[in-house]
Design a protein around this ligand. Structure first.
Ligand SMILES: NC(=O)c1ccc[n+]([C@@H]2O[C@H](COP(=O)([O-])OP(=O)(O)OC[C@H]3O[C@@H](n4cnc5c(N)ncnc54)[C@H](OP(=O)(O)O)[C@@H]3O)[C@@H](O)[C@H]2O)c1
Length: 242
C-alpha cells in the first residue's frame, strides 16, 4: 500500500501515518515544504515498520505544486491524505488583505488544487481513496475564528460534491473533521478539556480511513456537539462567547 501525504509534517498526519506503518507496513510519499522535517518523519515511520518512504519538498501555496507531487513512473498512491493548513490570525486577516488572500488560498485554494490533481489521477486509474482534513470550525462561523472557519466551510462543501462525483467511479473520499487537537497549530492556545491528543486523533483518523468513511468527526463525539451548535438559533448563537 502506497500512501501520499500532502502536509506530511503535520502532527495529525504523522500520527495517522504511524498507524499505517505499524499495521499495514505501508510505503509513503511524504510531501511538505521542509526537507529536514520530512526526513525526520520518514525515519520515524520506518522505525514504526513502514516500507519505502520518499520525501518531496513542495510549498503548496505555489499553484505549480498542484500535481508536481504525483509520481511520474511506478505505481500511483492508493491513498492520498491532504493535511496541511494554517490557523489564521483572525485580527490580521481583517486588516491585511494580502495576508487574508494568502491564508484563504493556503487553507482552501491549495487544497482544491491538490485534490483535483489526486482525483484526476484516481479517475485515470479507476481506483483510489482521497482524504481531506477540514475542521468543526467549518460547520458554523464563531466570532473567534470565522475567517479560518470560512475556508474550512468551503472545503466541507467541496468534499461533499467531489465525493458524489468520485463515488460513481468507485473512488472514496473521506473528510476528516477534527475538533480541537493538541498539535503545534494550537500550542499557543489554552488547552481545555475538549482538546484531543495528536496520538489519539491519528488512531481515529486511521480507523476512519480503513473503513473508508465518508465523514469522520475526530473524536466522534464532536458530531453531537456540532449538532447542537448548528441548531442554535442565530439570536442565541450570536450571544454565546466562544
Ligand atoms: N490542531 C487543531 O486543533 C485542528 C483542528 C481542526 C482541524 N485541523 C486541521 O488539521 C490539519 C493538520 O493540522 P495539525 O493540527 O496537524 O497542525 P500542524 O502540526 O501545525 O500542521 C500544519 C501543517 O501544514 C503545513 N503547511 C503550512 N503551510 C504550508 C505550505 N505553504 N506548504 C506546505 N505545507 C504547509 C505545515 O508544514 P511545516 O511543517 O512546513 O510548517 C504543517 O505540516 C490542518 O488542515 C488543520 O487545519 C487542526
Amino acid at each position: 500500500m502506497l500512501i501520499a501525504i500532502l502536509g506530511a509534517t503535520s502532527a495529525l498526519a504523522h500520527h495517522t501515518a504511524r498507524e499505517f506503518a505499524r499495521r499495514e507496513r505501508a510505503s509513503f510519499l511524504l510531501v511538505g515544504r521542509q526537507r529536514e522535517r520530512l526526513e525526520t518523519v520518514a525515519a520515524d515511520l520506518r522505525a514504526f515498520g513502514a516500507g519505502e518512504c520518499r520525501c518531496q519538498t513542495l510549498d503548496f501555496s505555489d499553484p505549480a505544486a498542484a500535481s508536481a507531487w504525483l509520481p511520474a513512473d511506478g505505481p500511483g498512491p492508493d491513498l492520498v491524505l491532504i493535511a496541511h493548513g494554517s490557523l489564521s490570525d483572525e485580527a490580521r486577516a481583517a486588516s491585511d488583505p494580502q495576508y487574508a488572500t494568502a491564508e484563504l488560498d493556503l487553507n482552501f485554494g491549495s487544497t482544491l488544487r491538490l485534490a483535483y490533481a489526486a482525483a484526476a489521477d484516481f479517475e485515470r486509474r479507476g481506483a483510489g481513496h482521497l482524504a481531506i482534513v477540514t475542521s468543526v470550525a467549518g460547520e458554523r462561523g464563531r466570532a473567534s475564528n470565522f475567517f479560518y472557519g470560512a475556508a474550512k466551510a468551503g472545503l466541507i462543501a467541496f468534499c461533499s460534491g467531489l465525493r458524489a462525483r468520485l463515488s460513481r467511479r468507485g473512488i472514496a473520499l473521506t473528510e476528516l473533521r477534527p475538533g480541537s487537537l493538541a498539535t503545534p497549530m494550537t500550542a499557543h492556545l489554552p488547552q481545555g478539556a475538549l482538546f484531543c491528543p495528536a496520538e489519539k486523533a491519528g488512531r481515529l483518523c486511521a480507523a476512519a480511513l480503513r473503513r473508508r468513511a465518508d465523514i469522520a468527526w475526530i473524536p466522534g463525539w464532536w458530531r453531537w456537539i456540532m449538532l447542537v451548535i448548528r441548531w442554535l438559533p442565530e439570536r442565541v448563537f450570536k450571544q454565546v462567547k466562544f
